[in-house]
Design a protein around this ligand. Structure first.
Ligand code: PLP
Length: 281
């Protein structure tokens, strides 16, 4: 299959240097973009977030966003990807290993590849379980950086407990999950943590909020506690490729009546129509 390496689309190869700063320090940023029937969904939004992440870590993107977009579309076409994801990352480049930024003549390293993946229709329809774990990450979770060890440890805990996700809490406050955003429904209102430094503002999250608005579902972008989550009528998570997944159990607590709730189903349906429309365009 093909990969993007800096500004070239080429056959996939291992070209990363042992002193790539992404490899040694996690010094870089990334995006995961969903591809539905050959079409990336919300590509401009993902590239917008990449630009923001770059700015927040003082990394200068090598290509213009327009060029990058065209290369990613070329990559998807070249790999004849129908259903799956684009993974892309930009590291601060390859240089002798010193913590501080390398000299200005060191260029960032951009890579992207695609991965075929089936839609998670069953779990979206039927729901899944989650576990709770303390959010031990740094205070800039709004930047999509390569440093994911706390997220890896949390997800591993979920998998070891036959759960789809680990929902994170800082003390009593629910933030998000290891690789998704968390929503709860209580008395007809949809709650999710505000987009600040404690969470990654998911592209799916943003779209879901917009869809809720269109569906006349009441939104509260406000924090809620672990106990409020456990006492919710419905809980769901959102992420690229996961779309919208109902959470029916958190640790040993059943959420609501233990089946996917009405608000969650409406949001999932609206999200599905969205990417079906995107495919038809
Ligand atoms: N939160 C975290 C920590 C993530 O890693 C992700 C994405 O994988 C999300 C939220 C969801 O973001 P998006 O909807 O842009 O995929």
């Amino acid at each position: 299959s093909k990969m993007l390496y800096n500004d070239k689309i080429m056959e996939r190869e291992n070209l990363i240097d042992i002193e790539d700063r992404g490899y040694q320090f996690g010094d870089g940023i990334y995006e995961v973009i969903g591809v539905y029937d050959g079409k990336p969904l919300m590509l401009d939004e993902h590239l917008g977030r990449l630009e923001r992440s770059a700015k927040e870590v003082q990394l200068t993107l090598p290509d213009s966003i327009g060029d990058l977009k065209n290369k990613l579309l070329e990559l998807v076409a070249g790999n004849e990807l129908a259903e799956g994801i684009i993974y892309m990352q930009v590291s601060r480049g390859t240089a002798a290993r010193w913590h501080e930024f390398p000299k200005a003549d060191v260029s960032p390293v951009t890579v992207a590849y695609t991965r075929a993946e089936d839609r998670m229709t069953d779990v979206e329809n039927e729901g899944a379980a989650a576990v709770l774990t303390e959010d031990i990450r740094w205070l800039r979770c709004d930047i999509k950086t390569l440093n994911l060890l706390p997220n890896v440890l949390a997800k591993q805990k979920a998998v070891e407990n036959n759960a789809i996700e680990a929902i994170l809490h800082r003390g009593e406050t629910i933030t998000e999950a290891s690789a998704s955003n968390v929503f709860m429904v209580k008395d007809g209102e949809i709650w999710t943590h505000p987009a600040n430094n404690f969470i990654l503002n998911g592209i799916t999250r943003r779209k879901v909020l917009q869809l809720c608005d269109e569906l006349n579902l009441k939104i509260k972008e406000a924090t809620f506690t672990v106990n409020e989550l456990l006492d919710a009528d419905e809980v769901f998570i959102t992420a690229t490729k996961l779309d919208v997944v109902p959470i029916l159990k958190v640790d040993n607590h059943m959420i609501g009546t233990g089946i996917p709730g009405e608000a969650t189903k409406k949001v999932l349906q609206a999200f599905r129509s969205l990417y079906q429309q995107n495919v038809k365009k």
